[in-house]
Design a protein around this ligand. Structure first.
Ligand code: ACO
Length: 422
């Protein structure tokens, strides 16, 4: 059977045969036959916007791999920094490569004092930390003006290191500001996650020692959130990056996309939902309301996964490890009951709605004492490595500026009417 598609323009009878390559057909070839006819796909549901070697996602079968490595194996054996290297280089680092990588990131965790003192402290005390993070990322572009030199490999590498390294510092700084606690400087003796926990929670002790179980749980969550191919925020990164904006501006745009409740904001929505439900006795009634169109079951459903999100499975196990240390979240029983009811209900089964990564992550963050406003920030910290990997790949592919077409549906040409005649 030919691995191709033939399209016929019935207005002219002309046909064109296009090969199916790597699961896709080249739209440029179709448009040769159909000048002025556009593919209408407003949410890009059926459009492959890139050819990418970074992450493989098979939503029908619940498969996620970074650089060919199954997410389950990476979560079990790897660390977030190693995964970040893998996403950006396409290969796992050797011991020597990792040493340099870890050193470079550890030694770029500090942020300019003006960013912290004058910029971050200028926000109102109740500013959402995600708003602070988005703005601070954009502001960094003004501190590193040579970041615009995106074609220089050394300059590019430096910004990648800086962004990965400074995310936890910005995140913790945003939190400390919101609770009126003094800023904690990075500690270069600590690993990536323990350093972040120190910047979050240190009070008067000379050295904050994170619980190793909690530090490892965070590392696992960072691995799971590091990349997810062409999602909304990564698409924002690629689109803004395609204009050759500097990486700080593009990352700020990606973080802004992540902020929304349909994307990285969903774990916050899950906790609000579970709190509102209040008791497992109310689960059935809540599910009935969802089925009647009164709101959505937060943390369920996914544009691409039509099966159990493999990250949700790993997170569920991590939740139990965390609860061993912190004590069980009172909301866990409601979450488990919701999952059980939904997975046995035809409404959810027929629509292939399964728990996604956010269904259990909020419970872990809450058990670790992170305020709800920090949940999306926690998602953004590791996702920056995925955004940057896609940004770098797009630049290496020499992509053209992203510029879709539209189907114009407004009024036909008409003459201007003076205001007194309207
Ligand atoms: N609860 C109830 N019904 C749902 C849900 C849900 N969570 N998600 C989808 N549906 C229903 C829709 O109402 C629709 O039903 P219909 O065919 O009868 O109209 C059908 O399932 C298909 O839904 P769409 O909205 O077309 O799915 P889409 O791919 O556009 O949306 C999304 C995906 C945004 C993730 C959606 O499932 C949702 O809103 N989920 C809740 C929020 C959430 O958990 N987001 C996190 C996503 S993961 C991430 O970004 C990390």
């Amino acid at each position: 059977m030919a691995e191709s598609v033939t399209i016929t323009d019935n207005r002219t009878g002309e046909s064109v045969e296009i090969p199916i390559t790597n699961g896709g057909v080249d739209a440029a070839q179709w448009s040769k036959l159909l000048p002025g006819v556009w593919f209408f796909d407003p949410s890009f549901s059926t459009t492959a916007a890139a050819s990418s070697s970074i992450t493989e996602l098979d939503g029908e079968n619940g498969i996620l791999r970074y650089g060919g490595y199954p997410i389950e194996q990476l979560a079990e054996n790897s660390s977030y920094l190693e995964v970040a290297y893998l996403l950006l280089h396409g290969e796992l680092p050797t011991a020597a490569e990792f040493e340099v990588w870890e050193h470079d990131i550890t030694y770029h965790t500090f942020i300019h004092e003006n960013v912290r003192k004058r910029f971050m402290e200028g926000f109102h005390h109740d500013a959402h930390p995600m708003g602070i993070m988005v703005s601070t990322l954009a502001a960094l572009s003004t501190f590193y003006p040579n970041a615009k030199d995106i074609d220089d490999p050394e300059v590019r590498y430096k910004q990648i290191i800086r962004l990965i390294a400074k995310m936890p510092t910005i995140a913790a700084g945003a939190h400390r500001h919101s609770v009126g606690m003094p800023f904690v400087y990075p500690d270069n003796n600590l690993d990536f996650c323990s350093n972040f926990l120190s910047m979050m929670w240190k009070v008067a002790e000379p050295h904050y020692e994170a619980d190793p179980v909690l530090s490892r749980a965070l590392d696992v969550l960072f691995i799971l959130h590091a990349d997810h191919e062409q999602n909304c925020s990564t698409t924002a990164m690629r689109v803004v990056g395609s204009s050759h904006a500097d990486p700080y501006s593009a990352t700020a745009a990606a973080a802004a996309a992540l902020y929304g409740p349909r994307h990285g904001g969903a774990n916050e929505a899950v906790i609000r939902m579970l709190t509102e439900i209040g008791s497992i006795d109310n689960v059935e009634a809540f599910i009935s309301d969802v089925k009647a169109g009164k709101g959505r079951l937060q943390g369920f459903g996914h544009r691409v996964y039509k099966n159990y999100d493999p990250r949700a499975k790993i997170i569920k196990q991590t939740a139990y490890d965390v609860f061993e240390v912190t004590g069980k979240s009172p909301l866990l029983d409601i979450a488990l009951k919701l999952e059980e009811v939904a997975l046995n209900d035809d409404y959810f089964v027929s629509r292939k709605l399964y728990p996604n990564v956010d269904f259990y992550s909020g419970l872990i963050y809450q058990a670790m004492d992170f305020p709800m406003e920090m949940f999306t920030v926690l998602f953004a910290i590791p996702r920056v490595s995925g955004w940057l990997a896609h940004w770098q790949e797009m630049l290496d592919q020499n992509s053209r500026i992203a510029r879709p077409r539209q189907l114009y549906a407004g009024p036909a040409v008409r003459d201007y009417v003076p205001v007194e005649a309207r």
